[in-house]
Design a binder for this molecule. Structure first.
Ligand SMILES: Cc1cc2nc3c(=O)[nH]c(=O)nc-3n(C[C@H](O)[C@H](O)[C@H](O)COP(=O)(O)O)c2cc1C
Length: 271
């Protein structure tokens, strides 16, 4: 055979790599790595591109929850338009007074709770939250005459597996509960996640926080407290630990380290 009929020897490392059979180990590894790289770049680009849309959706979801807990959510009405019914305020928890130090529209409650400049580490921490923000965003709903109809207050605390974030809506007297709703938690579906069950949530409507002496009585438990049924929310069946978490959360947020100064202010007509 003459030299002209022989396949020329591949030159350089790339040439030698290309000349390898398609099912060789180096080519298989190369293709796998290349596919992973391209896929991760696509996923990263999508995550970055979708971040603003995700933030808008999270904000919208929170607004829907606030509308729902106050009993004025109507799916046929634009959420932003409906949410305009609320008057947001940044509340200083220790004084129970509103502050203009922050913009209530853009104030980030979770970031404030993490920032040592706007939060404090808790010694007594029944809700298992570690730090409490000094400031929170609360929402007032007024009736046609301009009087306060409801107040919606953010609450959060540890359940069994996760921190539950939600809102409690109170009547203007700062004592009667209108509703409670969580918008973010990681409790088990069918067990702790039954906090989202409309039948359980309905138990909160009409419950009372404080007795006539001003003592916080509302209890989430299997049996009613001595103070009476109106201060009792039945614990979730098979989810006692999540229920205890919700009970602790109520005790904390409606207590002196939470909204008690604000609720006192509300009852005295100072809001
Ligand atoms: C996989 C698994 C998930 C659970 N998730 C929860 C939960 O989300 N919340 C809760 O309180 N208990 C949960 N439990 C049950 C608790 O371990 C515990 O048994 C229960 O809170 C006791 O409630 P009970 O006294 O009403 O039966 C879970 C148990 C298992 C095995």
């Amino acid at each position: 055979m003459s030299d002209e009929t022989q396949t020329p020897e591949p030159k350089g490392p790339i040439g030698r790599f290309l000349a390898l059979p398609a099912d060789s180990v180096p080519k298989t590894i190369f293709v796998a790595v290349a596919v992973c790289l391209v896929a991760s770049m696509v996923v990263s680009a999508a995550a970055v591109a979708l971040r603003p849309a995700q933030a808008i959706n999270a904000q919208k979801d929170k607004q829907i929850n606030i509308l729902q807990v106050a009993g004025i959510y109507d799916p046929s009405v634009d959420v932003i338009e409906a949410f305009g019914a609320f008057e947001p305020h940044v509340l200083e928890l220790d004084t129970g007074e509103f502050t203009d130090a922050f913009d209530a529209i853009t104030f980030d409650d979770r970031a404030a709770a993490d920032d040592p400049a706007t939060s404090q580490a808790l010694q007594d921490d029944p809700a298992g939250i570690g730090r409490r923000s000094d400031f929170v965003t609360v929402y007032l709903l007024r009736d046609e005459t301009g009087e306060i109809d409801k107040v919606v207050l953010p609450i959060h605390g540890y359940g069994l597996w996760s921190t539950l974030y939600g809102f409690i809506a109170l009547e203007a007297n700062g004592n009667d509960v209108f509703g409670l709703q969580f918008y973010d938690h990681g409790e088990t579906p069918g067990l702790g996640a039954e906090v989202d069950n409309p039948r359980w949530r309905a138990l909160w409507n009409g419950a009372q926080l404080f007795d006539d002496a001003g003592t916080l009585q509302l209890t989430v438990a299997k049996t009613a407290p001595a103070a009476g049924e109106k201060y009792h929310i039945d614990a979730l069946a098979g989810a006692t630990l999540t229920s205890v978490g919700v009970d602790n959360m109520i005790k904390f947020w409606m207590g002196e380290a939470g909204y008690a100064p604000f609720l006192e202010n509300l009852k005295e007509g100072g809001v």
